[in-house]
Write a protein that binds this ligand. Structure first.
Ligand code: 13P
Ligand code: SF4
Length: 352
Protein backbone atom coordinates (compact mmCIF):
# COMPACT_ATOMS: atom_id res chain seq x y z
CA UNK A 1 0.00 0.00 0.00
CA UNK A 2 1.42 3.33 -1.06
CA UNK A 3 0.95 5.69 1.92
CA UNK A 4 1.88 9.28 1.16
CA UNK A 5 2.06 12.05 3.74
CA UNK A 6 2.52 15.62 2.65
CA UNK A 7 4.89 17.96 4.51
CA UNK A 8 2.06 20.50 4.77
CA UNK A 9 0.19 18.43 7.31
CA UNK A 10 1.12 17.30 10.81
CA UNK A 11 1.91 13.67 11.61
CA UNK A 12 -1.45 12.21 12.56
CA UNK A 13 -0.16 9.92 15.27
CA UNK A 14 1.13 12.87 17.28
CA UNK A 15 -0.83 13.51 20.46
CA UNK A 16 -3.66 15.92 19.75
CA UNK A 17 -4.27 18.08 22.79
CA UNK A 18 -7.63 19.35 24.06
CA UNK A 19 -6.64 23.01 24.33
CA UNK A 20 -8.93 25.85 25.48
CA UNK A 21 -9.01 27.02 21.85
CA UNK A 22 -10.20 23.59 20.66
CA UNK A 23 -12.76 23.46 23.47
CA UNK A 24 -14.08 26.86 22.29
CA UNK A 25 -14.12 26.09 18.57
CA UNK A 26 -15.86 22.72 18.99
CA UNK A 27 -18.34 23.85 21.66
CA UNK A 28 -21.23 24.42 19.19
CA UNK A 29 -20.79 20.87 17.86
CA UNK A 30 -20.72 19.46 21.37
CA UNK A 31 -23.91 21.32 22.28
CA UNK A 32 -25.70 19.38 19.52
CA UNK A 33 -24.45 15.95 20.55
CA UNK A 34 -24.34 16.30 24.32
CA UNK A 35 -27.39 14.03 24.67
CA UNK A 36 -25.55 11.11 23.03
CA UNK A 37 -21.85 11.70 23.79
CA UNK A 38 -20.90 11.91 27.51
CA UNK A 39 -19.04 15.09 28.47
CA UNK A 40 -16.08 13.07 29.69
CA UNK A 41 -15.54 11.70 26.14
CA UNK A 42 -15.55 15.01 24.28
CA UNK A 43 -11.88 15.94 25.05
CA UNK A 44 -10.90 12.74 23.22
CA UNK A 45 -12.97 13.50 20.11
CA UNK A 46 -12.71 17.30 19.91
CA UNK A 47 -9.04 17.61 18.82
CA UNK A 48 -9.72 15.19 15.95
CA UNK A 49 -12.93 16.97 14.99
CA UNK A 50 -11.05 20.30 14.82
CA UNK A 51 -8.06 18.87 12.92
CA UNK A 52 -10.26 17.00 10.40
CA UNK A 53 -12.44 20.01 9.71
CA UNK A 54 -9.37 22.17 9.09
CA UNK A 55 -7.62 19.64 6.90
CA UNK A 56 -10.71 18.93 4.86
CA UNK A 57 -10.90 22.61 3.85
CA UNK A 58 -7.23 22.65 2.85
CA UNK A 59 -7.70 19.52 0.76
CA UNK A 60 -10.90 20.73 -0.94
CA UNK A 61 -12.38 17.51 0.44
CA UNK A 62 -15.88 16.55 1.36
CA UNK A 63 -16.84 13.91 3.93
CA UNK A 64 -19.81 11.66 3.19
CA UNK A 65 -21.08 9.68 6.18
CA UNK A 66 -23.59 6.87 6.25
CA UNK A 67 -26.37 6.94 8.85
CA UNK A 68 -24.58 4.15 10.79
CA UNK A 69 -21.48 6.22 11.56
CA UNK A 70 -20.95 7.19 15.18
CA UNK A 71 -22.29 10.60 16.31
CA UNK A 72 -18.86 12.24 16.61
CA UNK A 73 -18.33 11.47 12.90
CA UNK A 74 -21.93 11.97 11.75
CA UNK A 75 -22.44 15.28 13.55
CA UNK A 76 -18.81 16.33 14.03
CA UNK A 77 -17.09 16.12 10.65
CA UNK A 78 -19.53 14.94 7.95
CA UNK A 79 -20.60 17.39 5.25
CA UNK A 80 -23.25 15.12 3.78
CA UNK A 81 -25.06 12.24 5.44
CA UNK A 82 -27.67 9.73 4.40
CA UNK A 83 -28.54 6.23 3.27
CA UNK A 84 -26.77 4.41 0.43
CA UNK A 85 -28.97 6.05 -2.20
CA UNK A 86 -28.51 9.56 -0.83
CA UNK A 87 -24.73 9.07 -0.60
CA UNK A 88 -24.60 7.89 -4.22
CA UNK A 89 -26.67 10.89 -5.35
CA UNK A 90 -24.59 13.33 -3.31
CA UNK A 91 -21.37 11.83 -4.65
CA UNK A 92 -22.72 12.54 -8.13
CA UNK A 93 -23.31 16.22 -7.31
CA UNK A 94 -20.27 17.34 -5.37
CA UNK A 95 -17.72 19.77 -6.77
CA UNK A 96 -15.07 18.81 -4.19
CA UNK A 97 -11.92 17.22 -5.60
CA UNK A 98 -11.54 14.67 -2.80
CA UNK A 99 -14.37 12.55 -1.39
CA UNK A 100 -13.80 10.75 1.92
CA UNK A 101 -16.40 8.05 2.42
CA UNK A 102 -17.19 7.20 6.03
CA UNK A 103 -19.08 4.02 5.42
CA UNK A 104 -18.16 0.65 3.95
CA UNK A 105 -16.14 -0.26 0.89
CA UNK A 106 -19.00 -0.72 -1.56
CA UNK A 107 -20.16 2.83 -0.78
CA UNK A 108 -16.71 4.22 -1.58
CA UNK A 109 -16.56 2.14 -4.76
CA UNK A 110 -19.95 3.50 -5.81
CA UNK A 111 -18.72 7.06 -5.23
CA UNK A 112 -15.64 6.30 -7.36
CA UNK A 113 -17.77 4.80 -10.15
CA UNK A 114 -19.76 8.01 -10.33
CA UNK A 115 -16.67 10.24 -10.02
CA UNK A 116 -13.87 8.48 -11.89
CA UNK A 117 -11.83 11.68 -12.16
CA UNK A 118 -11.96 12.46 -8.41
CA UNK A 119 -9.95 11.08 -5.53
CA UNK A 120 -12.16 8.85 -3.41
CA UNK A 121 -10.75 7.77 -0.06
CA UNK A 122 -11.91 5.28 2.54
CA UNK A 123 -10.26 5.53 5.98
CA UNK A 124 -10.12 1.73 6.44
CA UNK A 125 -9.91 -0.65 3.49
CA UNK A 126 -11.16 -3.54 5.60
CA UNK A 127 -14.60 -1.95 6.07
CA UNK A 128 -16.53 -4.61 4.16
CA UNK A 129 -20.08 -5.94 4.20
CA UNK A 130 -21.41 -9.49 4.64
CA UNK A 131 -23.85 -8.96 1.77
CA UNK A 132 -21.15 -7.77 -0.63
CA UNK A 133 -19.02 -10.77 0.42
CA UNK A 134 -21.84 -13.24 -0.27
CA UNK A 135 -21.63 -13.16 -4.07
CA UNK A 136 -19.00 -12.96 -6.81
CA UNK A 137 -19.07 -11.94 -10.46
CA UNK A 138 -18.74 -15.67 -11.39
CA UNK A 139 -21.88 -16.41 -9.38
CA UNK A 140 -23.79 -13.78 -11.36
CA UNK A 141 -22.56 -15.20 -14.67
CA UNK A 142 -23.77 -18.66 -13.58
CA UNK A 143 -27.16 -17.21 -12.63
CA UNK A 144 -27.40 -15.63 -16.07
CA UNK A 145 -26.66 -18.99 -17.71
CA UNK A 146 -29.33 -20.61 -15.60
CA UNK A 147 -31.94 -17.91 -16.24
CA UNK A 148 -31.16 -16.52 -19.71
CA UNK A 149 -33.01 -13.29 -20.60
CA UNK A 150 -33.93 -12.56 -16.97
CA UNK A 151 -32.55 -9.15 -15.92
CA UNK A 152 -30.27 -8.92 -12.90
CA UNK A 153 -31.00 -6.34 -10.20
CA UNK A 154 -28.10 -5.93 -7.78
CA UNK A 155 -28.39 -4.28 -4.40
CA UNK A 156 -25.66 -1.62 -4.14
CA UNK A 157 -24.22 -3.72 -1.29
CA UNK A 158 -22.11 -5.57 -3.87
CA UNK A 159 -18.61 -5.26 -5.34
CA UNK A 160 -18.05 -3.28 -8.53
CA UNK A 161 -17.31 -6.63 -10.25
CA UNK A 162 -20.81 -7.88 -9.38
CA UNK A 163 -22.39 -4.58 -10.41
CA UNK A 164 -20.59 -4.91 -13.76
CA UNK A 165 -22.44 -8.18 -14.41
CA UNK A 166 -25.81 -6.62 -13.51
CA UNK A 167 -28.41 -4.75 -15.53
CA UNK A 168 -29.22 -2.25 -12.84
CA UNK A 169 -28.53 -1.52 -9.17
CA UNK A 170 -30.94 -0.65 -6.38
CA UNK A 171 -30.82 0.35 -2.74
CA UNK A 172 -33.25 -0.47 0.04
CA UNK A 173 -34.91 2.91 -0.65
CA UNK A 174 -35.75 2.25 -4.31
CA UNK A 175 -35.70 -1.56 -4.72
CA UNK A 176 -39.40 -1.89 -5.58
CA UNK A 177 -39.29 1.04 -7.97
CA UNK A 178 -36.21 -0.35 -9.75
CA UNK A 179 -37.67 -3.86 -10.07
CA UNK A 180 -40.92 -2.51 -11.52
CA UNK A 181 -39.09 -0.10 -13.84
CA UNK A 182 -37.78 -3.08 -15.83
CA UNK A 183 -41.32 -4.01 -16.92
CA UNK A 184 -40.61 -7.76 -17.00
CA UNK A 185 -42.35 -10.73 -15.37
CA UNK A 186 -39.22 -12.00 -13.60
CA UNK A 187 -36.01 -10.55 -12.23
CA UNK A 188 -32.97 -12.01 -10.53
CA UNK A 189 -32.53 -10.03 -7.31
CA UNK A 190 -29.25 -10.28 -5.44
CA UNK A 191 -27.68 -10.71 -2.99
CA UNK A 192 -30.04 -9.90 -0.08
CA UNK A 193 -32.63 -12.65 0.30
CA UNK A 194 -34.71 -10.75 2.85
CA UNK A 195 -34.85 -7.48 0.94
CA UNK A 196 -35.75 -9.55 -2.14
CA UNK A 197 -38.54 -11.33 -0.26
CA UNK A 198 -39.83 -8.00 0.99
CA UNK A 199 -39.92 -6.58 -2.54
CA UNK A 200 -41.65 -9.80 -3.72
CA UNK A 201 -44.37 -9.19 -1.13
CA UNK A 202 -45.07 -5.75 -2.71
CA UNK A 203 -45.11 -6.62 -6.42
CA UNK A 204 -46.42 -9.07 -9.00
CA UNK A 205 -42.96 -9.42 -10.53
CA UNK A 206 -41.49 -12.87 -9.80
CA UNK A 207 -38.25 -12.49 -7.85
CA UNK A 208 -35.47 -15.06 -8.16
CA UNK A 209 -33.48 -14.81 -4.93
CA UNK A 210 -29.89 -15.24 -3.80
CA UNK A 211 -29.31 -16.29 -0.20
CA UNK A 212 -27.09 -13.48 1.05
CA UNK A 213 -27.82 -11.90 4.43
CA UNK A 214 -26.72 -8.90 6.42
CA UNK A 215 -24.91 -10.22 9.49
CA UNK A 216 -26.30 -7.32 11.56
CA UNK A 217 -29.98 -7.40 10.60
CA UNK A 218 -30.37 -11.17 10.42
CA UNK A 219 -29.78 -11.33 14.18
CA UNK A 220 -33.02 -9.51 15.06
CA UNK A 221 -35.94 -11.81 15.97
CA UNK A 222 -39.70 -11.39 16.09
CA UNK A 223 -39.59 -12.44 19.76
CA UNK A 224 -37.39 -9.44 20.55
CA UNK A 225 -39.99 -7.18 18.95
CA UNK A 226 -42.74 -8.78 21.08
CA UNK A 227 -40.67 -7.96 24.16
CA UNK A 228 -40.33 -4.29 23.06
CA UNK A 229 -44.08 -4.02 22.67
CA UNK A 230 -44.66 -5.49 26.14
CA UNK A 231 -41.92 -3.49 27.89
CA UNK A 232 -42.50 -0.16 26.14
CA UNK A 233 -46.23 0.36 25.69
CA UNK A 234 -47.11 2.42 22.64
CA UNK A 235 -43.69 1.97 21.02
CA UNK A 236 -43.64 2.26 17.22
CA UNK A 237 -41.39 -0.27 15.54
CA UNK A 238 -39.43 0.71 12.43
CA UNK A 239 -37.41 -2.00 10.70
CA UNK A 240 -34.87 -2.13 7.91
CA UNK A 241 -35.85 -4.49 5.04
CA UNK A 242 -32.61 -6.46 5.51
CA UNK A 243 -34.31 -8.01 8.60
CA UNK A 244 -35.86 -11.50 8.36
CA UNK A 245 -39.51 -11.68 7.14
CA UNK A 246 -41.01 -12.50 10.57
CA UNK A 247 -39.36 -9.37 12.00
CA UNK A 248 -40.71 -7.21 9.15
CA UNK A 249 -44.18 -8.68 9.68
CA UNK A 250 -44.11 -7.36 13.26
CA UNK A 251 -42.95 -3.85 12.32
CA UNK A 252 -45.19 -0.78 12.00
CA UNK A 253 -43.00 0.61 9.22
CA UNK A 254 -40.38 -0.91 6.91
CA UNK A 255 -37.85 1.34 5.22
CA UNK A 256 -34.30 2.26 4.40
CA UNK A 257 -32.28 4.08 7.03
CA UNK A 258 -33.37 7.45 5.58
CA UNK A 259 -36.95 6.20 5.31
CA UNK A 260 -36.90 5.54 9.06
CA UNK A 261 -35.48 9.00 9.77
CA UNK A 262 -38.19 10.56 7.62
CA UNK A 263 -40.85 8.56 9.48
CA UNK A 264 -39.65 9.93 12.83
CA UNK A 265 -39.53 13.49 11.48
CA UNK A 266 -42.99 13.35 9.98
CA UNK A 267 -44.88 11.23 12.57
CA UNK A 268 -43.04 12.35 15.72
CA UNK A 269 -43.83 9.12 17.62
CA UNK A 270 -43.70 9.42 21.40
CA UNK A 271 -41.61 6.25 21.59
CA UNK A 272 -39.83 4.49 18.77
CA UNK A 273 -37.48 1.61 18.18
CA UNK A 274 -35.32 1.45 15.06
CA UNK A 275 -34.60 -2.18 14.28
CA UNK A 276 -31.25 -1.60 12.62
CA UNK A 277 -27.62 -0.75 13.43
CA UNK A 278 -26.86 0.88 16.82
CA UNK A 279 -25.63 4.32 15.82
CA UNK A 280 -28.78 5.24 13.88
CA UNK A 281 -30.81 5.96 16.99
CA UNK A 282 -28.04 8.12 18.49
CA UNK A 283 -27.77 10.18 15.31
CA UNK A 284 -31.51 10.68 14.95
CA UNK A 285 -32.04 11.35 18.68
CA UNK A 286 -29.83 14.43 18.31
CA UNK A 287 -32.43 15.93 15.94
CA UNK A 288 -35.53 14.85 17.90
CA UNK A 289 -34.95 15.23 21.64
CA UNK A 290 -38.71 14.98 22.27
CA UNK A 291 -38.85 11.38 20.94
CA UNK A 292 -37.95 8.49 23.26
CA UNK A 293 -35.69 6.02 21.44
CA UNK A 294 -35.64 2.43 22.67
CA UNK A 295 -32.18 1.26 21.63
CA UNK A 296 -31.62 -2.41 20.89
CA UNK A 297 -28.09 -2.68 19.69
CA UNK A 298 -26.61 -4.75 16.89
CA UNK A 299 -23.31 -3.24 15.80
CA UNK A 300 -21.99 -3.40 12.24
CA UNK A 301 -18.33 -4.27 12.81
CA UNK A 302 -17.46 -2.96 9.34
CA UNK A 303 -19.03 0.46 9.80
CA UNK A 304 -17.33 0.69 13.17
CA UNK A 305 -13.88 0.37 11.59
CA UNK A 306 -14.20 4.03 10.62
CA UNK A 307 -12.98 6.28 13.44
CA UNK A 308 -11.92 9.92 13.80
CA UNK A 309 -8.17 9.08 14.00
CA UNK A 310 -8.47 7.02 10.81
CA UNK A 311 -10.32 9.83 9.03
CA UNK A 312 -7.57 12.28 9.98
CA UNK A 313 -4.91 9.83 8.83
CA UNK A 314 -6.82 9.33 5.60
CA UNK A 315 -6.91 13.06 4.84
CA UNK A 316 -3.30 13.64 5.90
CA UNK A 317 -1.89 10.80 3.82
CA UNK A 318 -4.53 10.73 1.08
CA UNK A 319 -5.22 7.06 1.76
CA UNK A 320 -6.78 4.71 1.01
CA UNK A 321 -7.54 5.61 -2.58
CA UNK A 322 -10.34 3.52 -4.07
CA UNK A 323 -9.79 2.41 -7.67
CA UNK A 324 -11.86 0.21 -9.95
CA UNK A 325 -10.46 -1.66 -12.98
CA UNK A 326 -11.43 0.32 -16.08
CA UNK A 327 -13.26 -2.52 -17.87
CA UNK A 328 -15.24 -3.33 -14.71
CA UNK A 329 -15.83 0.35 -13.94
CA UNK A 330 -17.55 1.16 -17.23
CA UNK A 331 -20.09 -1.65 -16.91
CA UNK A 332 -20.62 -1.14 -13.16
CA UNK A 333 -21.13 2.61 -13.67
CA UNK A 334 -23.83 1.90 -16.23
CA UNK A 335 -25.77 -0.19 -13.67
CA UNK A 336 -25.47 2.54 -11.01
CA UNK A 337 -26.41 5.33 -13.43
CA UNK A 338 -29.40 3.37 -14.64
CA UNK A 339 -30.57 3.21 -11.02
CA UNK A 340 -30.06 6.94 -10.49
CA UNK A 341 -32.05 7.64 -13.68
CA UNK A 342 -35.00 5.59 -12.36
CA UNK A 343 -35.13 7.81 -9.28
CA UNK A 344 -35.10 10.95 -11.44
CA UNK A 345 -37.83 9.74 -13.78
CA UNK A 346 -40.22 8.38 -11.22
CA UNK A 347 -39.74 10.51 -8.10
CA UNK A 348 -39.13 8.75 -4.82
CA UNK A 349 -41.65 5.91 -4.65
CA UNK A 350 -40.08 2.73 -3.29
CA UNK A 351 -39.71 0.61 -0.20
CA UNK A 352 -39.27 3.90 1.74
P1 13P B 1 -29.45 1.97 3.61
O1 13P B 1 -29.33 2.17 2.14
O2 13P B 1 -30.87 1.82 4.07
O3 13P B 1 -28.76 3.06 4.35
O4 13P B 1 -28.79 0.61 4.00
C1 13P B 1 -27.43 0.36 3.85
C2 13P B 1 -26.99 -0.73 4.69
O5 13P B 1 -25.88 -1.19 4.59
C3 13P B 1 -27.94 -1.23 5.65
O6 13P B 1 -27.38 -2.24 6.38
FE1 SF4 C 1 -23.36 -4.64 5.28
FE2 SF4 C 1 -25.13 -5.21 7.17
FE3 SF4 C 1 -23.04 -3.68 7.78
FE4 SF4 C 1 -25.02 -2.73 6.21
S1 SF4 C 1 -25.16 -3.31 8.36
S2 SF4 C 1 -22.82 -2.53 5.84
S3 SF4 C 1 -25.59 -4.59 5.08
S4 SF4 C 1 -22.98 -5.85 7.14
Amino acid sequence: MNVRQSDDFPATDAHLAYTPEIARSTAPIYERVRGVIPEIEWPVHAPYVAAINELKRKRNAIILAHNYQTPEIFHGVADLTGDSLALARQAANTSAQVIVVCGVHFMAETAKLINPEKTVLIPDLEAGCSLAASITADDVRLLRERYPEVPVVSYVNTSAAVKAESDICCTSANALEVVESLETDRVIFLPDEYLGRYVASQTNVEIILWRGHCEVHERFTADELHVFRRQYPGVEILAHPECPPDVLAEADFVGSTSGMIRYVGESRPRRVVMVTECSMSDNVAVEYPDVEFVRPCNLCPHMKRITLPKILHSLATMTYGVEVEPDVAGRARRAVERMLAVGKKAGSRGVA
